[in-house]
Design a protein around this ligand. Structure first.
Ligand SMILES: [Zn+2]
Length: 637
């Protein structure tokens, strides 16, 4: 079989599916439900208040002149749009007149700024109107349009109102007249990808193929010669070689994406671009786009991802560096980048039901994304290092506040990541106590999931259907799980013969009351890193279920670098309902190095004495919610 036919075969045999909308999934567990309540009751208001304090809304209501306060930020508007998206998701399931009024007010504000030709950008309308479309490389103009479109689609689908959608469509229609390969149009694209995936959302919401074609144009034009960012710089009277980021790798435009082989540049930009590529693969039924994603996936997942699902180790480019370069203390790992990884993984999962994608979605979600938000819902990490000397803390807000509304919109729509379906199958990707109203073929199914996941690996699924319905129920067996056990209506169901790409498939004529019991063994694992990750040499990370653990000073007696995990230790775990909202704590025997008898010498040939201690580890997502101190994910042996 030659290469092409192999590709064609695997493309034909893949199992694509569509997510069950978040509105149809009720999350009612002890892990997520309280956090989502905090998000609704505190985080959304907190973000709005911070935007008000910044002057997000007022700055643009006047003809801003240099020297005036507040000083606007080029892409403040994207914060507003992401907040609108998050608030819309929340309103869909939890009506809230006060929040709804704020949403309507924000939409009216945006509407007041839309120009007669459809253009809508706060900065380039109020502050520098003569510079419209003159620096796509740096100024996030189309990026802001993308977030406006995403917010509009969310608002429309949540409320049925077209107020924001009509604004976004007018703007997108105008953008379609400006950019493209046709005569008279500019062959530009945005330095920060985002509008591509947003236009595909808009296409799906409106069925207008103009938006899909424009998204495809933006993806395919990127990196073509003559290079648009070169010509654009010359038009501004600048030397293109003076680009502050030095290389177009920074924004994934050095060469066309089909000629790229490694994940490079700014991590969030990469994830948003790859998300659009995965969507194009699906919408155009084109295997070659999936092949492009697979190259990046292979590079990212096998060489460039932190164990937390954080990506982009360097603050210098907010992005990627080299294979196995994953330092812990200086890890940048922006919250938005882990969110982007979750978004991309979720899109790939829709193209093919493959555990690799769902495992990555889960890894990012429970660790590198969730760490971005404090337990009280009002403070955020921008960077998510895997080691801290005690000075890294969540902040109420940032000058560049991309992360807070980004995590809000992801969590507010969490339900859509749990289940998906096609005409003959239901997929269960994530485990959380929930109820999904699912249409499979012509059948309406209610699927109830009872579980204490991620603290416990027992998952009970119950089917409700008006009449017997034949479909395949596919359950993910997570990659971290070495032993799983399954029964259907109390009878043993062998997993291995029915396992396909990490999902066990149970096909039968389902009836109301049918139940499936999946048990995932969830021991504490000692995870080793690839020997070429310098910082992790001689260390292990503790993992239980999908959660990566860490040590914090507040629980451990010594400076954390002096603690050694005992080689033959038993890793104990117990649920502590009083700690950090209720968590499973890991404890183990360890030793700690002494300095009391060391003296003044800086170096000596005799090893330090050590004494036994007890090591205590908590889930990484929950760190920095108590008194300040050190934190380590990787524990020395
Ligand atoms: Zn961010």
């Amino acid at each position: 079989m030659n290469q092409l036919s192999q590709t064609e075969t695997s493309w034909q045999e893949r199992r694509s599916s569509s997510p069950i909308a978040y509105q149809a999934v009720t999350i009612e567990d002890q892990f997520w439900a309280p956090r989502l309540q905090t998000l609704r009751e505190k985080t959304l208001q907190h973000i709005y208040k911070q935007m008000e304090l910044d002057g997000h809304f007022t700055a643009y209501k006047q003809d801003w002149q240099p020297g005036m306060r507040p000083i606007p930020y080029l892409f403040w508007e994207s914060d507003i749009s992401k907040w609108l998206e998050a608030a819309s998701y929340s309103l869909a399931r939890h009506p809230d007149p006060a929040l709804n009024a704020l949403v309507d007010e924000a939409i009216a504000f945006l509407a007041s700024l839309q120009q007669p030709d459809g253009y809508l950008n706060l900065w380039f309308t109020q502050v520098e109107p003569h510079k419209r479309w003159t620096n796509l490389r740096d100024w996030h103009e189309l990026y802001c349009a993308g977030h406006l479109i995403e917010g509009a689609v969310a608002h429309f689908q949540a409320t049925g109102k077209r107020t924001l959608l009509d604004i976004a469509c007018r703007y997108a229609n105008y953008i379609d007249t400006v950019f493209g390969r046709e005569d008279g149009k500019q062959r530009g694209y945005c330095g920060h990808p985002e509008i591509e995936l947003a236009l595909i959302k808009l296409y799906r919401a409106t069925d207008d193929t103009r938006y899909l074609n424009l998204a495809r144009y933006f993806v395919e034009e990127r990196g073509q010669q003559p290079h648009y960012f070169d010509s654009e710089a010359r038009a501004r009277g600048e030397d293109p070689a003076d680009f502050w980021a030095r290389s177009y790798e920074y924004n994934q435009s050095l060469v066309p994406i089909r000629d790229q082989h490694e994940v490079v540049g700014h991590a969030v930009r990469a994830m948003y671009l790859y998300s659009a590529v995965a969507d194009l693969s699906r919408e155009l039924d084109d295997a070659s786009w999936l092949a492009v994603c697979e190259r990046f996936w292979q590079n990212l997942s096998s060489k460039r991802t932190y164990i937390t699902g954080g990506i982009g180790p360097s603050a210098d480019n907010e992005g990627f560096t080299a294979d196995y370069d994953l330092p812990n203390n200086t890890a940048y790992a922006e919250t938005c980048a882990a969110i982007g990884l979750a978004l991309w993984s979720h899109r790939l999962l829709q193209v093919d039901t493959d555990r690799r994608y769902a495992d990555m979605l889960e890894r990012a979600l429970y660790n590198g994304v969730l760490s971005g938000l404090s337990l009280d819902g009002e403070a955020f990490f921008y960077e998510n290092p895997l080691e801290s000397r005690g000075r890294h803390h969540r902040q109420p807000w940032f000058n560049c506040a991309c992360c807070p509304p980004n995590i809000a919109r992801l969590l507010a729509s969490l339900g859509q990541y749990v289940y998906s379906t096609n005409t003959t199958e239901i997929m269960v990707h994530l485990y959380m106590q929930s109820t999904g109203a699912i249409t499979v073929g012509a059948q309406q199914i209610t699927l109830r999931q009872q579980t204490a996941y991620p603290w416990d690996g027992t998952i009970q699924l119950t089917i409700e259907t008006e009449q017997p319905a034949t479909f395949g129920l596919n359950l993910r067996i997570p990659g971290w799980c070495n032993t799983a056990h399954l029964t259907v209506n109390g009878e043993e169901f062998p997993i291995e013969p029915h396992l396909h790409k990490g999902y066990v498939r149970i096909e039968r004529a389902w009836q109301t009351g049918d139940n499936v019991l999946l048990t995932l063994d969830m021991p504490v694992l000692q995870v080793q890193a690839h020997p070429d990750i310098r910082d992790d040499s001689g260390c292990v990370a503790l993992q239980r279920g999908p959660l990566i653990y860490c040590l914090e000073s507040v629980d451990n007696a010594a400076p954390l670098h002096r603690i050694r995990l005992a080689e033959t230790t038993t890793l104990e775990n117990h649920f502590d309902p009083t700690l950090l909202g209720g968590i499973v704590v890991i404890q183990a025997d360890a030793t700690t190095l002494e300095t009391t008898d060391w003296g003044d010498e800086l170096y000596r040939t005799t090893p330090a004495t050590s004494h036994p201690t007890r090591l205590v580890a908590i889930p990484y997502y929950a760190w920095d919610n108590r008194q300040a101190g050190e934190m380590h994910v990787w524990v020395r042996l």
